[in-house]
Structure formats: structure tokens, C-alpha cells
Design a protein around this ligand. Structure first.
Ligand code: NAP
Length: 311
């Protein structure tokens, strides 16, 4: 990554020397991919005043953005060379590779911020390929759905070339709070997959609860405020305490032991079966607890299950 960024330097230098000598003018940016997420990204850049160039495989999706001030590039090459960092958000890494295929010369010396979802291994392989053509590469994972982009709950995890995030932090902050996870390009995707697993566990747990109380006539709208308070307060507190236990591999059962958890899980299983509700989810965590208890750890905290899960 020793190449300079000659064509990006011009607009960004202009931005730093804005007339009046006060705040610099918003820097230019390019968005590749205008699906639901790419469109939201481009809208956020435009809303923050950044001159925004857009490109999409299906050109019609650019039209509403052009109506709001974006410039539609006629080709990937024109988009890549428009100036400013290139923010890519297409379906997957194969799609991105096909968009960038044959563009190595145009990409050399540029900056690519890849917000396309993928595995840590794909991100690391892409970073290696980028280094081989002198492309400055930052990988990212968007932790919000399109309607939340640019809003107070939006954050984007970044990992890869640290100088890229430092140089373009102001532009990227238009999307959501930038979270720097360091120089290994695979780490943003690693956190992303782990956090999605956490989200699915929480969503399915909540839906199981909705089904359970719903069987006795309780509306989801009545159950949910109690559930979200439980999640954001008590459950978040358990996680914070157990993080230290998993790191030190010591699991004092001084709050609630696995024996106590297992007894409560049997109640959940019983109540679910009595109402004809699918028990796949509670069987999974009851199975993990039973194995830990059978191995003699019934007096330990819930964090002991890391030994079952991580093996
Ligand atoms: P989407 O609405 O289905 O859009 C997919 C985009 O990829 C479109 O621009 C599509 O172009 C393009 N594309 C697909 N195959 C292509 C190919 N072979 N060559 C060129 N372009 C291709 O999906 P999305 O919701 O915007 O998601 C985009 C990325 O953001 C994904 O990696 C997703 O995991 C990630 N993400 C999404 C969310 C979310 O809530 N939606 C949240 C976090 C991360 P066409 O318009 O021409 O089909």
C-alpha cells in the first residue's frame, strides 16, 4: 500500500481550503451498488452535503438519487475515477469482484471502503488482492438496516488500513458512528457474523416468548416493553459480568447456578409443550446446560457454557 492517491488528492485538498477559512466543504464520495442499503448510503452522503457519484448494475436505480443531486456514472470505471473514496455495497464478494474485474489500473492508488457483507476469510483475501494492485482497502460491516442509516442508532464496524479510516472518518460518519476494530481486514466481518448470531438468538428467543404468552391471550405489544427492558437492563448486565468470567475461565455461580437455570428451563419446556409450541430453541440451551451439569459443573455460573460451546 505505498501508492499515493493522486486523483483523490485534488478534491480533498479543495475541501481543506474552503473559501472563508472555516469548516471545509464536504468531501466527494462514490457509491457502488444501489440496492436497499447502497441507496440508503448514498442518501446519507447527499443529506450530509457530500458530492456523491453513484453507479449500479441496473442503471434505473440511480435516477431518484440523481433527482436529489447525485451524479450517475455510466460505468464502474467512471465511478471509480470520479474522486474521493469508493464505498461499495453490493450483494456479496462475488458480485463486487465482477464489478471491479478488469479495473485494476483505475483502482491503483484509490481507496475502497467495502461495506458488502462477507466472511472474515473473504475480507482478508480481498485485502491481499487490494494490496497487490496498490488499492487502499478498508473493510466494513453495517450494524443497522437501511432506514436507520445516518440515524442515532447507526454504527459501522471498520477494520483494515487504519490510515483510510483516519483520512475519511468525516465522510464515513455520515452513515453512522465509525467503530475502529484495527488493522486486520477480517475483524469487522468476524464481529458482524458474531453479532448477527447474537441478534438471531435474541430475536428467536423473543418470538418464542411471544408465542408462549400469546397462547394464553397476551398480545406481543403488551409483552414486548417488558421483554426489551429485561434485555437492555438485566440481560445486558449478565453479559457484562460473564465477559470477565469467560476471559479468565473462572465461573463462580454466585448469582445463579446452572442447576437453578436447568430447573427453570424445564419449566419453559413444560409450558411450551403444554401450549403446542415448537421447543427446538429451548432444547438447544437446555441440552448445553445438561451437558455442563452432567460434567459436574451444576454449581457454576451460566458463563461455564463457553466450555461446551467453544470446546
Ligand atoms: P439488495 O437490495 O438486494 O441489493 C443488492 C445490490 O447488489 C444491488 O445493487 C444489485 O444490483 C447488486 N448486485 C447483485 N449482484 C450483482 C452482480 N453480480 N454484479 C453487480 N451488482 C450486483 O441488497 P442490500 O440490502 O442493499 O444489501 C447489500 C449488502 O449490504 C449485502 O452484502 C448485505 O448483506 C449488506 N447489508 C444489508 C443490510 C440490510 O439490512 N439490508 C444490513 C447490513 C448489511 P442490481 O440492482 O443491478 O440488482
Amino acid at each position: 500500500m505505498t501508492h499515493e492517491e493522486p486523483q483523490e488528492a485534488r478534491p480533498e485538498a479543495q475541501a481543506d481550503t474552503a473559501p472563508g477559512g472555516t469548516a471545509p466543504a464536504p468531501a466527494p464520495v462514490t457509491v457502488l451498488g444501489l440496492g436497499a442499503m447502497g441507496t440508503a448510503l448514498a442518501e446519507a452522503f447527499l443529506a450530509a452535503g457530500h458530492p456523491t457519484t453513484v453507479w449500479n448494475r441496473t442503471p434505473g436505480k440511480a435516477e431518484p438519487l440523481v433527482g436529489r443531486g447525485a451524479v450517475a456514472a455510466p460505468s464502474p470505471e467512471a465511478a471509480i475515477t470520479a474522486g474521493g473514496p469508493i464505498v461499495a455495497c453490493v450483494l456479496d464478494y462475488d458480485a463486487l469482484s465482477s464489478v471491479l474485474s478488469g479495473q485494476e489500473a483505475a483502482l491503483s492508488g484509490r481507496t475502497l471502503v467495502n461495506l458488502t457483507s462477507g466472511s472474515p476469510e473473504q475480507a482478508r483475501a480481498f485485502a491481499d488482492r487490494a494490496a497487490g494492485i496498490g488499492l487502499h482497502y478498508l473493510d466494513g460491516a453495517i450494524m443497522i438496516t437501511p432506514p436507520g442509516i445516518g440515524g442515532p442508532d447507526a454504527s459501522v464496524l471498520y477494520s483494515g488500513a487504519p490510515e483510510v479510516l483516519a483520512r475519511h472518518r468525516t465522510v464515513l460518519a455520515a452513515l453512522g458512528e465509525p467503530v475502529d476494530l484495527g488493522p486486520d481486514a477480517g475483524v469487522a466481518g468476524l464481529y458482524d457474523t458474531a453479532l448477527l448470531g447474537l441478534m438471531w438468538s435474541a430475536l428467536s428467543g423473543w418470538l418464542h416468548g411471544v408465542a408462549l404468552v400469546g397462547a394464553d391471550g397476551v398480545r406481543a405489544a403488551d409483552f414486548t416493553p417488558i421483554a426489551t427492558r429485561w434485555l437492555s437492563g438485566a440481560v445486558a448486565g449478565f453479559v457484562g459480568r460473564y465477559a470477565a468470567q469467560t476471559d479468565t475461565r473462572t465461573y463462580p455461580g454466585d448469582d445463579a447456578s446452572l442447576d437453578v437455570h436447568l430447573a427453570a428451563m424445564e419449566h419453559l419446556l413444560h409450558a411450551s409443550r403444554a401450549r403446542g409450541i415448537d421447543t427446538t430453541l429451548p432444547e438447544v440451551f437446555a441440552d448445553q446446560v445438561r451437558r455442563a451439569v452432567a460434567a459436574g459443573h451444576g454449581g457454576d455460573s451460566y458463563a461455564r457454557l463457553i466450555e461446551v460451546i467453544a470446546k
